[in-house]
Write a protein that binds this ligand. Structure first.
Ligand code: 25A
Ligand code: L14
Length: 331
């Protein structure tokens, strides 16, 4: 594998720091390495592969030097401005924000699901929303086998999804302090509100799950609905997913298919109280699925419970896997 020059943009954030950790673990072949963030943290130090790196301020000139791949997680407005500058300089951006995901010129990729889509990139590849990624890894083999007719998502999302400030709201809220990031206390509470409200009454997080599911599975008309809820959990998103299929399903075959699916671990043994749990998924890269059962209210339906670390598979790990696909395509 050829060595690449790689930059991490938003390196001091929740996802940015995890990019560094995952890059170290997976040993991507890196030649020159750069860490970038806002002026706020320029000059601070980050350790990568035992070496200390100084955080640079992200500017219009950051990509004047040769950089092959940049992993961005610095928010939508930063990506809107700087990802095109990086791409113009020949760098391939893997962007973790929602800024480019619906752009028809930008592939939206989960490596276990639609790796072939990286081929038609024009300098920017989007990393999907954390809640979408973990659902896709599980739904893809089922769609291939039974053809999905309709999906109903209900999510139970960790505060780490809202970055450093979301984490602090739960930490401080448990001590009785008022929230700064969320509109209501998150400690001992559930907020049916993630990202902004839209004209149709859905939140943008819900609409992202709907739009992104269709784009990744290449089913532009798939019937999908979602309710996304913030819960007082530090890390790992849990999801109840109800799926209706065109074709008849056999529940044992579903378990068999999922146990063979790449990136998926079936944890489904109710007799021993075994099912996926947020505290067990945290720190791991796999997507855990359990409570696999028939939806007895329809002819061809199932209910499942899907849990994954939203900062790792939901953000950093998925982006690094995309970077690996890019590196392989350069050879
Ligand atoms: O609303 P937006 O614009 O879409 O932004 C959403 C925010 O959500 C996070 C991320 O916050 C982002 O800022 N995020 C995005 N995608 C996410 C995902 N999939 C996600 N979180 C979870 N899952 P974050 O706090 O994790 O990281 C922010 C990083 O982006 C850098 N950054 C911000 N503006 C920038 C920029 N880099 C370049 N140019 C810009 N204009 C940011 O750098 C950080 O690396 P920094 O220098 O601003 O951060 C310095 C230190 O400040 C602390 N901190 C950061 N944000 C907050 C904060 N403290 C309190 N409140 C904050 N909002 C951190 O400790 C950081 O180390
Ligand atoms: O990737 O949990 O679009 O607040 C935006 C909001 C990720 C999570 C995205 C949150 C997200 C997020």
């Amino acid at each position: 594998m050829r060595k690449v020059n790689l930059a991490v943009v938003g390196a001091t954030g929740m996802v940015g720091r995890t990019f560094l950790k995952v890059l170290e673990e997976r040993n991507l072949p890196i030649d020159n390495f750069y860490v970038m963030a806002s002026a706020r943290s320029a000059g601070s130090k980050l350790t990568f592969m035992g070496k200390e790196y100084t955080v640079e301020e992200l500017t219009e000139h950051s990509f004047d030097k040769p950089i092959d791949i940049a992993l961005f997680s610095a928010g939508g407005s930063t990506s809107a401005k700087f990802a095109p500058i990086a791409a113009e300089h020949g760098c391939i951006v893997v962007d973790n924000s929602a800024q480019w995901r619906q752009d028809p010129k930008v592939p939206l990729v989960v490596p276990e699901v639609n790796p072939e889509d990286i081929k038609w990139n024009s300098g920017i590849i989007a990393n999907p929303n954390c809640s979408t990624i973990q659902a896709m890894v599980v739904l893809k083999p089922l769609d291939d086998k039974y053809k999905i007719k309709r999906v109903v998502y209900s999510t139970y999302q960790a505060v780490s999804g809202a970055g450093v400030s979301g984490w602090k709201d739960l930490e401080n809220g448990l001590k009785g302090e008022a929230p700064k990031k969320f509109p209501h206390p998150i400690a001992n509470n559930c907020l049916p509100h993630i990202d902004v409200f839209m004209d149709n009454g859905y939140t943008k997080e819900e609409m992202k799950m709907i739009w992104e599911t269709r784009k990744i599975l290449h089913h532009p008309d798939m019937r999908v609905t979602a309710t996304t809820v913030r819960v007082p959990v530090f890390n790992s998103h849990s999801e109840s997913i109800n799926v209706e299929f065109e074709n008849p399903v056999d529940i044992n075959e579903v378990k068999e298919l999922l146990s063979k699916a790449p990136g998926v671990v079936v944890k489904d043994n109710p007799a021993n109280n075994e099912y996926p749990l947020a505290i067990e998924a945290a720190g791991k890269d796999e997507v855990f699925v359990g409570r696999i059962r028939r939806d007895e209210s329809v002819e061809n339906g199932i209910n499942i419970w899907v849990v994954a670390d939203n900062i790792r598979k939901g953000a950093a790990t998925n982006a690094v896997q995309i970077a690996e696909l890019i590196v392989n395509s350069l050879n």
